[in-house]
Design a protein around this ligand. Structure first.
Ligand code: MG
Ligand code: ZN
Length: 363
């Protein structure tokens, strides 16, 4: 009771003080500060935990994009079937809020299809897009676009993507799953007939309603060969999607951070991390200017069991050391910026992310 009275008293004092000090202009600007979330940009560094983030900080000449975020948290990544998740179950948990078995795409552990945040937000009137450097049919993007019991059913996943009327922009690789299929169906031609604009290469601008750019038959090449594809594709996506007055949802994946971890290749890893870093900087610049954009950066799991140690145990060198060529169960970081960002601090489950994003949008 005493505590309640003190609370009540401090509330009265605060309101008296703020009334005494504020002008009517202040009140208006206060109201304007309660920004509405119009756009949501979710960025997934596949295989990126804190060692990968710190690797980027160690090699970067300037502060990294990660250091621009006001809110950070940690995410548990285990799947329904395994202590260590794969990208299918990890992507599905983030995209749909359901823990599922490793290997499964867009379904809960009982093999029942569940909607992704892309599909839910599309129904609320947002334009939606996916930008990746892997197959567009690969586990992470597939978790947002398709439903399949097995992540390796790439041609079935491509069929789901072609039929998905909730997505407006697709940029990545995996062309062969669309136009060089066992069933001889050319999904690209079918999509064009259904009003999609299609291109094999990144273009500067385009006014089409729905746009698909598949820049490779397989995964895109590594950073050293593909150059600034990811930041450029991101810029293209932001320009296209931002034309919708109801806002947009965009998922951007640093897909090959995971590939570098599987390869235990630290040069490849650093390249991919710096490429993702450049892309995050672009997204944050957009969000800062826009003011109504929530940016969330996280990962599905860690890859490679990366540690950063001095092999001589003298605390003088920092060598990258991989434990193995697979995933690990490490917590992954989550970074957030913009209206609704405050919900992403603390330790959470990967299945909590969708609720926090939808709550930010509905606020
Ligand atoms: Mg992936
Ligand atoms: Zn992996």
């Amino acid at each position: 009771m005493k505590r309640f009275l003190i609370f009540l008293f401090s509330l009265i004092v605060t309101s008296v003080l703020s009334n005494a000090c504020s002008t009517s202009n202040d009140v208006i600007s206060d109201k304007n500060d309660v920004k509405k979330t119009r756009n949501i940009i979710l960025m997934i560094g596949d295989g990126m935990s804190t060692p990968q983030v710190y690797a980027a900080m160690l090699v970067s000449d300037s502060p990294t994009a990660f250091e621009r975020f006001p809110i950070t948290g940690l995410v548990k990544t285990f799947s329904k079937s395994n202590k260590i998740t794969d990208s299918a179950a990890g992507g599905t948990a983030i995209a749909t809020g359901h823990k599922t078995n490793n290997g499964m795409i867009g379904m809960n552990a009982d093999s029942i299809a569940v909607p992704s945040m892309l599909e839910i937000l599309s129904q609320k009137g947002l334009e939606t897009g996916i930008v990746v450097t892997s197959y567009i049919t690969h586990a992470t993007p597939a978790a947002f676009l398709a439903k399949n019991i097995n992540r390796n059913n790439y041609e079935e996943i491509a069929m789901d993507i072609a039929k998905n009327d909730k997505v407006n922009l697709l940029i990545g690789g995996g062309r062969k799953h669309f136009n060089n299929r066992n069933d001889k169906i050319d999904l690209i031609e079918i999509m064009k007939d259904n009003g999609w604009f299609y291109s094999d290469t990144l273009i500067n601008s385009c006014d089409g309603d729905n746009i698909m750019i598949l820049a490779d038959d397989g995964h895109l090449p590594t950073y050293s060969e593909r150059g600034d594809f990811l930041p450029q594709a991101t810029e293209f996506a932001l320009n296209k999607l931002n034309k919708n007055k109801n806002g947009f949802f965009l998922m951007i994946e640093g897909s090959q951070i995971d590939f570098a971890g599987h390869d235990n290749d630290s040069t490849y890893l650093v390249d991919e991390m710096l490429d993702f870093n450049t892309t995050i900087n672009k997204v944050l610049d957009f969000a800062q200017k826009d003011g109504n954009t929530l940016v969330v950066v996280t990962a599905d799991h860690e890859t490679g069991g990366l540690t950063i140690v001095d092999p001589n145990q003298a605390y003088t060198k920092t060598n990258f050391h991989f434990s193995n060529g697979s995933h690990s169960p490490l917590l992954v970081p989550i970074f957030s910026y913009g209206p609704g960002a405050e919900n992403f601090s603390g330790i959470m489950d990967n299945t909590d992310i969708i609720d926090k994003i939808l709550k930010a949008y509905e606020k």
